[in-house]
Write a new protein. Sequence first.
Length: 245
Amino acid sequence: MRYPVTEIFSSIQGEGLLVGCRQVFIRMHGCNLSCAYCDTITGEFPACCRVEATPGKSDFKLIANPLGAADIAEATASLDLSRHHSVSLTGGEPLLYPSLVKELTPLIKGTRQGIYLETNGTLPDSLAEVIDCVDMVAMDFKLPAMTGCAPLWETHRRFLKTAASKYTFVKIVAGDKTPPEEVITAAELIKDTAPGVPLVIQPVSAGGNIMAVAAKHLLELQELALSIIDDVRVIPQTHKIMGFL
Ligand code: SF4
């Protein structure tokens, strides 16, 4: 099997609980959702994958898509995994390709903490297939008012149930339009399904016609969630603030 990969590079993790950790990112092409605030190119099939030659130098070379698991593992290993916390499988949506995750992860050796899966949390059957292949799961709950998508609560519940067998946290993207009820539902879902799993409220990044979020609104949303579960943090996309990839 061969797969469409957008880019492979070394940078810091800019979001969520592992913010600041050095990772190699394998960004898969394509997504099953279309969130209003999406900052990832998920349209046309990428003719080439750009692969960083030297960790952190942005000296990319191009490799023709699609790639096999061995090609991806080789490009990843060339970035010196021993200096990295983990390898992030990201996208787009990496769980569109469960067969790749199963084939690729045994080929990735030498990170300090293993495999980190960044996912939109909407493909529970795919997750069940690969959960034994990953060490950490960063999953989204997609809030309808922000994404413009239909509610996905039951899908997220099934996903979280499986994800919680690993180191896991849930991320929600919040904006000025995020209603308190959606944050309450998210926190209650965590409480009922996987108590102890942290919730990260990530303010939507300003850009285009999307407005930044008022700090007061974020504090109100955090307080609401904290009235239901123990661990709720507000963390922005720090890589954008610092100018990382
Ligand atoms: S799930 Fe992520 S990659 Fe997919 S459309 Fe939404 S923001 Fe973009």
